[in-house]
Design a protein around this ligand. Structure first.
Ligand code: NAD
Ligand code: ZN
Length: 364
């Protein structure tokens, strides 16, 4: 097992990464001195596969567990679902001294973390992420929240977990497309801050795609370390945390232009990283060879086969991005594998050319 400590002073916590951790959750939370009563939120399908190992481990450690399930899918990240869970936990007699655990992907982490943030004005949260995206991205950083019909993640709170335990064995049951989607964020972390991680992804692609536990443990560890270090430096998203948006300006535009759910988040971010790299090459910041390595790796992970919106609709969505001011889009660019930089892009033509360079052969 590897442990990364996220140093946020009083709200710092450990992130454990390893194989078969779910059976040890009871032991792992002992030092936290949580109350006896615990809530556990998950999806029915995950309860069936992993629920009993987690509950048995918690009960062995002397806890009483109330297990609640929510349907899978983004729709569960709602105020209605949060209210239902709060009521169920109060009725189950969880009190101010109780804690909540979430077992699942980003949906469970965001929803469970949000419930923990608001119930009794905040109770401890323990995150047990089971998707690659959740293990390398959403479980680290303390952002929690739910969606409104008006948009995603519009209601939420910062609430750091007390512990994160990422069991890489759970990734073996993840749907292939979900797994590959999570790999896009791992590639992103390599691209912005860790050349060794990027190299490992290149060298170990076969083992990673076969979900070999030691190979997964290494990429999750390196990836989490990067997110943890960025969050430590910039807990509330002022400046540095923006580097995590590499590939996301165009990625979000691709998702919005196609309609959410048509392609995975990772597939959209993969296209976005190619455009960011093409812009960086055009500005003389990034060697062409590094942009080529990025393309080869994303292709190896099967992230470049998804449909694309028209260049016109892509541009419309990019300029309406919430980070765009007066048509100037703030871009996270790259200086090559492992190095990041920022620049405003105001020339529509420059953006058009980069989109054509990166994705041109794939537009009809
Ligand atoms: N808080 C943050 O900082 C942050 C960052 C990025 C994304 N997010 C949020 O994360 C969410 C997406 O998370 P996600 O990609 O993990 O999706 P998800 O939580 O919806 O999980 C994807 C699917 O995989 C299933 N699943 C989960 N673990 C499994 C396993 N081990 N085996 C088999 N099936 C499994 C789930 O039931 C679900 O159907 C979005 O709501 C997004 O807004 C939050
Ligand atoms: Zn992302």
């Amino acid at each position: 097992m590897d442990t990364i400590h996220l140093d946020l002073g009083n709200s710092g916590y450990d992130i454990h990464i390893g194989a078969d951790l779910l059976r040890q959750v009871g032991d792992m939370i002992q030092p936290l001195n949580l109350g006896r009563s615990l809530g556990l939120i998950t999806h029915p399908a995950l309860e069936a596969v992993y629920g009993s190992a987690v509950v048995a481990s918690l009960e062995r450690a002397g806890h009483v567990v109330t297990l609640l399930t929510v349907p899978p899918g983004e729709e569960s990240k709602s105020l209605d679902q949060a209210a239902r869970l709060c009521q169920a936990l109060v009725r189950a007699r969880l009190d101010r001294g109780s804690a909540l655990l979430g077992l699942g992907g980003g949906v469970i982490g965001d929803l469970g973390g949000f419930v923990a943030a608001i119930l009794y004005r905040g109770i401890p949260f323990v995150n047990l992420p089971t998707t690659l995206l959740a293990q390398v991205d959403s479980s680290v950083g303390g952002k929690t929240g739910v969606n409104l019909p008006e948009g995603k993640n519009l209601v939420g709170a910062f609430h750091q977990p007390r512990l994160v335990a990422a069991d890489v064995l759970t990734l073996r049951t993840l749907a292939e497309r979900e797994f590959r989607s999570g790999l896009a964020e791992v590639v992103k972390h390599g691209m912005i801050a860790d050349r060794v991680l990027f190299q490992r992804l290149e060298e170990q692609a076969d083992r990673i795609l076969a979900r070999d536990p030691p190979a997964l443990q290494e990429i999750v560890r390196r990836s989490c370390t990067i997110k943890a270090r960025v969050v430590e430096a910039d807990e509330r998203e002022a400046g540095l945390r923006a580097m995590l948006n590499f590939g996301h300006t165009v990625g979000h535009a691709v998702e919005a232009a196609l309609g959410y759910g048509v392609i995975t988040h990772g597939e959209a971010v993969a296209q976005g990283m190619l455009v960011a790299a093409a812009l960086s090459v055009r500005r003389g910041l990034c060697p062409e060879a590094d942009a080529a390595r990025l393309r080869v790796l994303l292709n190896r992970f099967g992230l470049l086969g998804a449909p694309l919106p028209s260049p016109q609709s892509l541009e419309t969505y990019m300029v309406s991005d919430k980070k765009a001011r007066d048509g100037v889009v703030q871009f996270v660019l790259t200086r090559g594998v492992g190095s990041v930089t920022f620049a405003p892009i105001s020339e529509r033509e420059e953006l058009r050319r980069a989109v054509r360079d990166a994705l041109g052969n794939r537009f009809q």
